[in-house]
Design a binder for this molecule. Structure first.
Ligand code: BGC
Length: 733
C-alpha cells in the first residue's frame, strides 16, 4: 500500500478503530497463549477484542490463519492483526541464551541464528519478535543478564545489530520477521540487581555506556522499540516524554513503532506518577508510546480522554499511523497470513540444517575457565564418570525458550551415548538441581517436581567416582533462576550440588565441572576443587552434542566471557571499563593502604571480561604501531603476531582496548574497540592488524559534545581485558 492509501485508510477510521490499533492483547484471550507477565482480566469487552490490533504470544500457522481470517472479516476496515512473540534465543530450534551468544564474539554467527529463528517463527505465523535486548548489564544478580549479550556496549551493539539483520532481512523476503529492540532505556541497571527496580544513571553514563547498543540496533533498521519497566531519574520510561520523543526519536533517529512493555502503561499507577489508568494512558500517549501491551489503559480510556479534550486526537492518529505503517512494511495488507503455513512448519521447525547452526553456536559459546594439566579434552581410553543433575537433563534452553519443547533437547548423556569413541563411561545424577527448601517459581512453564533419594544418589555418585579415571560433574543453576523476575542475592551453587562436588573431590581429584547457568556465578568453591571448568551456559536444543564433542576434543573451546565472573557477589555491580579513581589500587596491600579496594577480598573478578582458554596455547607478540601520532582523517595501524604454540588447532579472539589517558572528564581504564578471530594450526602464526581512527576515540566531553580530545592514548592488544601488551600514541590537536 502506498502512503496515500494509508492516509486515506486512517482518515476513514473511527476513533474507536484507531485506538484499537494501539492495543495489544495477551494470548490467553485466544485459549492458552503463553503468559509472560502478571495475568489478570483487563476488563475488556467483546468490542475491545473486535478492534484490538495485535496479539502477543499466540503461535501456530493454523491457529493464526483462522484467527486472522475471523478477525479481518469482523473488522470494519478489514485491517489485519499483527502477531508478536518473544523469540529470544530461537523458536523451536533453541540456541544458547543471549549471554552465551555474546561469548562467541561472532556477530555473523549470531545473525545466522536470528535468521534461523525468524524462518521458523515466520512459518508459524509470527510477525514480530521482542528481541534483541540490548540492555547493558553490570550486575550478575539481575536475572535478565541471561538475555543480554553482556557488559560491553560495543560488543552489545554489534550483537544487537546482527540480530536485527538476521530477523528482518529486508522484511520483504520470505522467512523474515520484524524485530523489537528492548528495553528502552537503562533496564539493565536496576538498583541492587533486583528486577523492575529503579535505575539511577547520570546523563553522561546513559549516553556514553547505555544508549550506544540501542543506537546500533536502530541504525541497523530495527522496526520497533519497547519501553522499559524502570524509572530513570525517577520518571518511568513509559511516561518519559523526553526519553521517548527527544532522545529516542529526535536524537537517535528512530521512526518506527514504540510499544510499552507488558502492562507498563498501567504500572504508571503503582509507580506513583498516575492516579489511575486514565491518567496513565494520557501520560504514555503523550510520551509517544504507540501501543499498550496488555494493560487496559488505552482500550478503556483513550476515547474519553479525546472526547474530554485532554488528549489531542492528533496523537492517536500519529500512533495509529505508525502501527499501520508497520503492518504495511510487513506486507500484511497484501498478505495477512504472510508465511504462516503448516507445511512449512513441518519442513522447517527443528530441521537438520537449523539444528546444525544451533550446535555450532553452542560449541563456540562455551568458555573454558580452567584446564590444569590439560585435564580436558577427555580421551577415549579413559574411564569417565559423568555425574550431576545436568548430565541427563533436558532443561537446557533457558527460561525464555517459551515456544520450545524440552523433549526436543538432546541431553549430554544421550549425546555421549551416541558419540563414537567415548567408552567406557558411566552416569549418575548425584544430586537434585535445587535444594529441597529452595523456592523455584516457574515463570513461563510448569516445573516438574524433583524426586530423588538424595543420600542414595550421593552414595552412588561417590562410588562411581572412585572407580573412574576422571569425573565430569555437570552442575549449575535451575533454569528458572535466570531470566525475568529471577534476580538472585547469592551466586553460588545450591548446597546439594556443592556437597556433591566436595564429596566426589574426596575420592577423585580429576574433576571437570561443566557449568550450566544463565549468569556469571561465584565459583570460588568450585575452582578450588575442579581442575577444569567449562561454562556451558544454557546451550539450547543441541547443547548435549555440542558438549560431548567439546569434552572429547572434536571441537576446541573458543568462547570469551561477555561478562566477568565476580570473585564475590559483594563486588557487584562491576565492569572492566571502570574508572581509575584518584586512588587506584596497585595490587600491593603494603604500599596502597588508601587505594580503592576491599580489605577482605580482591577488587577484581575471578574471571575477567574477554577471558577464555583453549585446548591449545596461543601467544601474542608485542604491539607495533606504524606511527606514533594520529592525525584527524588519518589512521594508525596496530599489529601483533599471534602464534599457536600448542598441539591442536584453535581459534583466538584477539582483542583491542584503548585508554584515553587524560580527558576533560574521567575516562575508563580501557575500552574494547575491536576484535578479530583467527584460527591457527599448531605452529602456525598470523599477523593481526587493527586500524585506529580518530572517530574511535570520541566520547561525551565536559560540555556534552561527542568529540575526541588530543593527547596521549594507550592501546592494548591481547587475549582478554586484563592484557598489559601495550603501546602508546598521540592524537594530534
Ligand atoms: C518482558 C519483555 C517481554 C514482554 C512480553 C515482559 O514481561 O519484560 O521483555 O518482551 O514481557 O512477553
Amino acid at each position: 500500500m502506498d502512503q496515500q492509501k494509508l492516509n486515506q485508510l486512517l482518515s476513514e477510521m473511527s476513533l474507536e478503530e484507531k485506538i484499537g490499533q494501539l492495543v495489544q492483547l495477551p494470548g490467553y484471550f485466544q485459549n492458552g497463549g503463553t503468559i509472560t507477565g502478571p495475568a489478570g482480566d483487563p476488563g475488556l469487552t467483546q468490542e475491545d477484542l473486535r478492534l484490538a490490533g495485535s496479539y502477543l504470544s499466540v503461535i501456530g500457522a493454523e491457529k493464526i490463519r483462522t484467527l486472522q481470517e475471523e478477525y479481518m472479516a469482523a473488522h470494519p476496515h478489514h485491517i489485519p492483526l499483527i502477531f508478536m512473540d518473544d523469540i529470544i534465543n530461537g523458536y523451536r530450534t533453541v540456541f544458547p541464551v543471549p549471554l552465551a551468544q555474546g561469548c562467541t564474539f561472532n556477530p555473523d554467527l549470531v545473525q545466522q541464528g536470528a535468521s534461523v529463528a525468524a524462518k521458523e517463527a515466520a512459518a508459524s505465523g509470527v510477525h514480530v519478535t521482542f528481541s534483541p535486548m540490548a540492555d547493558l548489564v553490570r550486575d550478575a544478580r539481575w536475572g535478565r543478564v541471561m538475555e543480554s549479550t553482556g557488559e560491553d556496549a560495543y560488543l552489545n551493539g554489534l550483537m544487537a545489530a546482527a540480530m536485527v539483520r538476521g530477523y528482518q532481512g529486508d522484511l520483504k523476503e520470505k522467512g523474515t520477521i520484524a524485530a523489537c529492540l528492548k528495553h528502552f532505556a537503562g533496564y539493565g541497571a536496576p538498583d541492587g540487581g533486583r528486577d523492575y527496580n529503579s535505575v539511577e544513571l547520570s546523563p553522561r553514563t546513559l549516553k556514553e555506556d547505555y544508549l550506544p547498543a540501542y543506537k546500533a540496533a536502530i541504525d541497523a533498521g530495527v522496526a520497533m522499540v519497547m519501553t522499559s519497566f524502570n524509572t530513570l531519574d525517577r520518571v518511568p520510561s513509559t511516561a518519559n516524554k523526553w526519553l521517548m520523543r527527544d532522545v529516542l526519536r529526535d536524537e537517535m533517529g528512530f521512526d518506527g513503532a514504540l510499544i510499552s512493555d507488558w502492562g507498563a502503561v498501567g504500572e504508571l499507577v503503582p509507580h506513583g506518577v498516575a492516579a489511575d489508568f486514565a491518567q496513565a494512558a494520557q501520560l504514555a500517549i503523550e510520551a509517544g508510546v504507540d501501543m499498550d501491551m496488555v494493560s487496559p489503559s488505552y482500550a478503556k480510556h483513550l476515547k474519553t480522554l479525546v472526547e474530554e479534550g485532554k488528549v489531542d486526537e492528533k496523537l492517536i492518529d500519529e500512533s495509529c499511523m505508525r502501527m499501520l505503517e508497520l503492518k504495511n512494511k510487513l506486507g500484511l495488507f497484501e498478505n495477512p497470513f504472510r508465511d504462516a503455513s503448516k507445511k512449512e512448519e513441518d519442513a522447517l521447525l527443528l530441521c537438520d540444517e537449523h539444528r546444525k547452526v544451533a550446535q555450532d553456536c553452542a560449541e563456540k559459546s562455551f568458555v573454558l575457565l580452567k584446564n590444569d594439566n590439560a585435564l580436558l579434552p577427555l580421551r577415549s581410553e579413559e574411564k569417565v564418570a559423568f555425574i550431576g543433575p545436568f548430565v541427563d537433563n533436558k532443561f537446557l534452553c533457558g527460561s525464555w525458550a517459551i515456544f520450545s519443547d524440552d523433549q526436543d533437547t538432546i541431553t549430554l548423556k544421550a549425546a555421549l551415548e551416541q558419540q563414537e569413541g567415548t567408552s567406557p563411561i558411566s552416569f549418575a545424577p548425584g544430586s537434585r538441581v535445587m535444594d529441597k527448601d529452595g523456592i523455584v517459581l516457574g515463570f513461563q512453564k510448569a516445573i516438574p517436581e524433583e524426586t530423588l533419594d538424595e543420600e542414595a544418589a550421593l552414595q552412588e555418585a561417590v562410588e562411581m567416582a572412585k572407580k573412574a579415571d576422571k569425573v565430569v560433574l555437570a552442575l549449575g543453576e535451575h533454569r528458572e533462576f535466570s531470566g525475568e523476575a529471577s534476580s538472585r542475592g547469592t551466586l553460588t551453587l545450591p548446597h546439594c550440588q556443592q556437597r556433591l562436588l566436595d564429596e566426589v573431590a574426596k575420592v577423585n581429584q580429576n574433576i571437570t565441572v561443566v557449568l550450566f547457568c544463565g549468569r556469571p556465578m561465584d565459583l570460588r568453591k568450585v575452582q578450588n576443587k575442579a581442575k577444569a571448568i567449562l561454562v556451558a551456559w544454557f546451550p539450547g536444543t543441541e547443547g548435549g552434542p555440542a558438549l560431548a564433542r567439546t569434552l572429547y576434543g572434536h571441537c576446541v573451546p573458543q568462547g570469551k566471557l561477555s561478562m566477568a565472573f565476580p570473585w564475590s557477589v559483594s563486588q557487584l555491580p562491576m565492569h572492566y571499563n571502570e574508572f581509575s579513581t584518584g586512588r587506584p589500587f596497585t595490587g600491593d596491600y603494603r604500599t596502597a593502604r588508601f587505594g580503592s579496594k576491599y580489605q577482605d577480598m580482591p577488587k577484581y573478578p575471578l574471571y575477567p571480561f574477554g577471558f577464555g582458554l583453549s585446548y591449545t596455547t596461543i601467544s601474542c607478540s608485542p604491539v607495533t604501531l606504524n606511527k606514533a601520532v594520529l592525525k584527524k582523517g588519518d589512521a594508525i595501524t596496530a599489529a601483533v603476531t599471534v602464534k599457536n604454540t600448542g598441539h591442536c588447532t584453535g581459534t583466538e579472539t584477539v582483542q583491542l582496548y584503548i585508554r584515553d589517558v587524560v580527558g576533560s572528564v574521567a575516562r575508563p581504564v580501557r575500552e574494547l574497540k575491536g576484535f578479530r578471530q583467527v584460527t591457527l594450526r599448531p605452529g602456525e602464526e598470523k599477523e593481526v592488524l587493527f586500524e585506529i581512527t580518530e572517530d574511535m576515540l570520541r566520547f561525551w566531553d565536559i560540555h556534552m559534545n561527542y568529540v575526541s580530545e588530543p593527547g596521549e592514548f594507550h592501546l592494548f592488544i591481547g587475549s582478554d581485558s586484563t592484557t598489559d601488551n601495550k603501546a602508546a600514541f598521540t592524537l594530534e590537536a
